[in-house]
Design a protein around this ligand. Sequence first.
Ligand code: MV4
Length: 504
Amino acid sequence: MTSKTLFKKVLVANRGEIALRIMRALRELGIPSVAIYSDADALSQHRKYANEAIRLPGRSSAETYLNIPKIIEALRVSGADAVHPGYGFLSENSDFCQAVIQAGATFIGPSVEAMHLLGDKVQAKDLMRKFHVPLVPGSPGALQNVEHLREVIKEAGYPMILKAAAGGGGRGMRIIRQEADIKEAYDTCKREALSYFGNDTIFAERYIINPRHIEVQVLADGKTGVHLFERDCSVQRRHQKLIEEAPSHYLNAEQRARLGEIAVTAALAAKYEGVGTVEFICEAPDRAYFMEMNTRIQVEHPVTELITGVDLIQEQIYVASTKTMRLQQSDIQLRGWAIETRINAEDPAQDFMPSPGQIQHLHLPAGPGVRIDTHIYQGYTVPSEYDSMIAKFITYASTRDGAVQKMRRALSDFECEGVPTTAKFHELVLQHPAFLSGEFDTGFLQTYQKDIEDGLKGSSADTTYGPILAAFQTQTAADGRVPNLAPQPSTWQQRARFEATRNN
Ligand code: MV4
């Protein structure tokens, strides 16, 4: 594939679907992989798939996938020359990056300096301001004290939002709607920033009500960079993304190109190396503001892979090992539409309570335009120790309607017994008129919570929005017929019932 030498062996410091995804890319590149696995993951696929596997004693994240000394020891034992951190766990921890380098290996990600800088939202915004990357209006640097905050509000008005400089992902934010909120919000935000992130630096921004969350995928080598268009992640619940799609229905081609350029500017400002994501909130298609830059491969990277045909993990490994890029902007074309739903072992009818346990029966969807990234198998026990995501369903078609149709088909083909999942919830969202219209923002689930809850409570997914849905389908089906998407009864369930009777 190339005359440049790639890594000789890579340790994957993660678990679950992303560990498998990375090991598959390594295998394609001819690079042996090393797994690390906890006692809770002794029967996991990532352990089996790797060329070598090293046990990290313990079950909790703290004892295993978050334990820097244990992972560095595994790195030494394995002789790997690079570490892929995946997402979550230590992927954005600059101390881990430093420790990997200290051990003589390469961290597959940006430099310690870039990670450190971008991890501090105040520093990151100061840098972006210098490069004319648009920021939320009325957002100065760190707040010195509550008087400083009062002055800022006198200028910018209400509502305002307070965030922790070391935060991200929405934890510890405080909204200020009136003067009476100021003192309490300031004190609470500062206290929570210290206890959650070990750093009490906080900053203020004008609060944008129900923005769209649009993020741009970038790839850079420190000197040059490209963007791979955007993902729209507006369907989220309590800062957890549930559905992502690419491209965004919200942007036209000109706005898309402009946002891509801004994202590349942001990456180059940080001398960024590797794959990264520049997060924006949008209050209008031509008013997108930089929020933060994530220095990892993200959960939702497959939607970008499907619309561009680029294997982001392979490119990430390529850039990390050769320090050069083999793609330029003109190599990257947007084609079609992709949607991802995150299947979590959670019960949507019980406020998304995690539902670990054994998968008694499993049938995964497949077929054209359907990609399933997962580590689960029939008989697998979903451990209670880690994140509850058990699969990602990603569908691809030439149009948004086509990708939605495929996703609804995939979700209804899915059979998973023994562990409640969020699949049914996704079916309800994917037939909601507001989702189908594409006209929604981060307030979607709050606004339509009742519709979805009613759907979960019994009335079948197919009848919930029956009349509106039928109208939509009649409008969109090319031949004017209303397709029957009602889930078919599971033949497995019928067979199981039959066998149970027979064995009695
Ligand atoms: C905001 C905002 C409104 N105005 N900042 C939440 C996660 C973090 N990355 C940024 N977040 C927000 N920042 C200003 N100035 C609204 C949110 C927000 C949000 C952002 C993206 C996706 C979902 C969200 C849900 C609620 C709030």
